[in-house]
Design a protein around this ligand. Sequence first.
Ligand code: DGJ
Length: 778
Amino acid sequence: MISFLNGTFRLDTLHTSYLFRVTKFGHLENIHYGEYLADQPLDAILLKHTAVIGSTVVYDASDPVYSLDTLSLEWSGIGKGDYRHSPAEIKMPDGTFVTDFVYQEHRVVDGCIPMQTLPSSYGDKKDCRTLEITLTDRPGQVTLLMYYTVFPDTDIITRRAVLLNNNDKPLVIRKMMSMMIDLPNRNYSLVTFQGGWIKEAHREDQRLHYGLFVNESTTGSSSNRHNPGFLLAEQGASESYGRVYGFNLVYSGNHYEGIELSNQDLVRVMAGVNPHCFEWPLSKGERFESPEAVMSFSDQGYNGMSGHFHDFTNRHIVRGDWKEKERPVLLNNWEAHFFSFTEGKLLRLARSARRLGVEMFVLDDGWFGKRDTDTSGLGDYNVNRKKIRSGLPEFAKKINRMGMQFGLWFEPEMVNPDSDLFRAHPEYAVQIPGRKPALGRNQLVLDLCNPKVRDYIVESVRGILTAANITYVKWDMNRHMSDMYSPCLTSQGEYFHKYIIGLYDILHRIFSDQPHILLESCSSGGNRFDLGMLCYSPQIWASDDTDPVERLEIQKGLSYLYPLSAMGAHVSSAPHQQTLRATPLSSRFNTASFGCLGYELDLKYLSRLEKNEVKDQIAFYKEHRRTLQFGRFYRHDPYKNNKVHWQTVAADQGESVAGFFQTQSAAGEGFDFLPLTGLDGGSKYTIRTRPQPIYVKRFGALINFILPFHIHPEGILAGMINKLYSLTDCVEEYQGYGDILHSGVKLNNQFVGSYYNPQIRLLGDFGSSLYMISRVKP
Ligand code: DGJ
C-alpha cells in the first residue's frame, strides 16, 4: 500500500497509484497520480526537463535545468524560483517570507494518525496506512510534516500538513494549505458546486484557463455558495467514462481551493483553510494543523469517482452507532406549522404520521423561550409551556407511546438580542466593542472561541437531551458571520478557524458519549454540507428547497461528493413554498427517496387517497431502504434535456431502484428508455414500474372525455371525484438478463394528446416514475 524504493514513494489503492520522488535537492516531485500502475520502470512517464526554459530562476547553479517553476511538485515554497501560488505563506522567524521545505526523513504507520484539533477520517491497520514525511526549512528551525493516508478499499488518499516552530522567535502563518499537487494538464475541466440558499450545489463546469481559479468560502461556514468539494475531469468525461479526479476537505469553516494552470501546462491544485482574514502566530514549540484533504481518482467517469467518495464517507467519516445504519423515516413539523403550533396540533400530526408508517417525529423551531417568530428566543432553552403544555419529557413519552422516536431542533450557535441569554450575557455574542453588529435573520452569532460560551451550550443542550427521551437532534445554524471579534483571542486572525475548532469541541462533548442520537446537521439547508460536519452528523439537511424539480439539481450536485445516506430529503406540500410550483406527490417522493426520506407537511390537508399514497410510499421505501440509502448510486447521462435518470444498486446486485424524472414535458415526445447499469450481467431480473396514482385533477377539462357524464373541471363534483378516485399510472413489467437491461429498457409511449389508455405513461410537467429491478430467484 505504501513503499519507498530508490527515493520514490509509491502509494497504491485498489485501482489507483500515487507516485512521487525526492529530487536531488530534497524537493518532492510528483510522478503520477491516476490509474493503478504495475511495478515497472518509470522513465517513460517522468516529466522531462532537458531544455533551459527562458525567464526561469535556476535553483542551484550545478543544474541549469532544475527550476522549481517547471517541476511537478507535492509542496512548494516562496522565493526560490516557483512563481505559481504557494500552499503556504509564512512570515518566518527571520522576518522574511522565503520558505524552502526539503525532505529529511519519513515513517510509515498502520492506520490513521488522529488529529489534535480537528476531526478526520478514521481506520485501523486493516483499513489504511499513513506516511509521515518530515521536511524542514533552515534545519532545526521550522518543520513541515506532510501526511498521506491511503485507504485502498475505497480508492482514497487523504493529505494534510502540520507546521512546527522550533525557533526561539515566533513565526506568523498567513496561509497554510492542507495539500498541494501539480498534475500535467490533459485539457481538464473544473467542476465545482455552486449556489446559495434554496439553490445549493448546482454543478458548474468550466475549462481551465491560464492563471488561478479560486473556489472559496468567506462566510464562516463551508457555505451553500461554494462547496469545498470539486472535480477535475478530462475532456469528454461522462458519468460512466473518462478520467476524473475528486477533491474535498474535512472542514466546515472558510475553505480555499486554488486551481492554477501554469505556462508550462501544469495544473496546481491546493486546498485548505481560507487565508482570508487569517493570521496565526506560532511560538516556539507550537504546531498548526491543517484540515484533512481527501483525494480520489477514477477512469470510470464521474460515477466511478463519486462511488469512491460515497464508500469512504460511509466507512471512514461517519462514525458511531449510525455508521452504515439505516436512517428512520421522519416527519418534521416545520413546513407544516412554522412557529404556530400547540401540543394538541403536534399530537394530531404525530398520530396521523404514525398511521402512515413514520418512525420518528421531529419538533422543529419554536418550542422554547419567547419564540413565536424568528425575532426572539434563540439562546434560551426553557420550553414554552403555552405550546408544549406537558413539557418536553412528557411530550417525548407521548410520541414514544405512539410507537415513534422523538427528535428535537436546536440552534445552539446563535442568540437573539431579544432573549434572556443576551440580556444576561451580551458579551457572549460576537460583536466589536463600540460598534453596532450586523444582524442576520434577527440574530447574532455566539462566540465559540470563548470557553464559557461553549460550556453554556454544552450544559444547556445536554440538559434537554438528558431530561427527555430524544434520539434525534437537528442542529441548525442560520446566519453567516459578521463583526468577527473575540476577546478570548490574542490574534483576531485566528477567529474563523478557532470558531470551527470550538464548534467541533462542542459537538464532541455533547454527542460522543451518546452515539445512539442521530444528529442531522443543518444550516439554512445545505449551508454547511461538508465532511467535517459528517464526522459528527451522519446526515445533513440538503436544502430548505423541497420542490422536487429543484431537488433534482441539488441532490444530483451533492451526490458527486456525498452519499445518499447523508442527504436529508423531504416530501412537502405543493405548490411549493420556495417556488410556487405545483408538482405531483409521486414526484416529491420519487426524488426524496434517493436520500434519507422525511415528510414535512400538514397531513391533515391530504385526501384519503393521498394518505394511502404516502402510506404506500413509506412501505416501499422501508422495504428498499438499504438499497436507497447505501446502494451504489449512478447518475445516468441524460439522453434528452428534459430527463433525469438516477439508479441505485444493492451491494449484492440483487435489486436496484431506478428513477425516471421528466422536468418540462415536450409535445410529441419520441421514445423513452430507461438507462440501467451496475446489474449482474449473468443474472435474470424482473423490472416493474412502482405503481403510483394519477389524480383526475391532473387532466383538467380532459376528464370529460373519459367520464360517462359531463362535469365542471373546477367544480365541487370534480373536487370530490379527485378525492375519491384515482387512476394508476401505467405499470410495465419485463424480464431480462442484466447485460440486456444495460442496453436500456424501451418504455411505453407517453401521453401525447391523442387518446388515453392504461398502457400510456402519464408524466406531463414534473412527472416521474420509479422502477424496481429484482433478481429472479433461480
Ligand atoms: C432553517 C432550516 O433549514 C429549516 O429546516 C428550519 O429548521 C428553520 N431553520 C427553522 O428556523
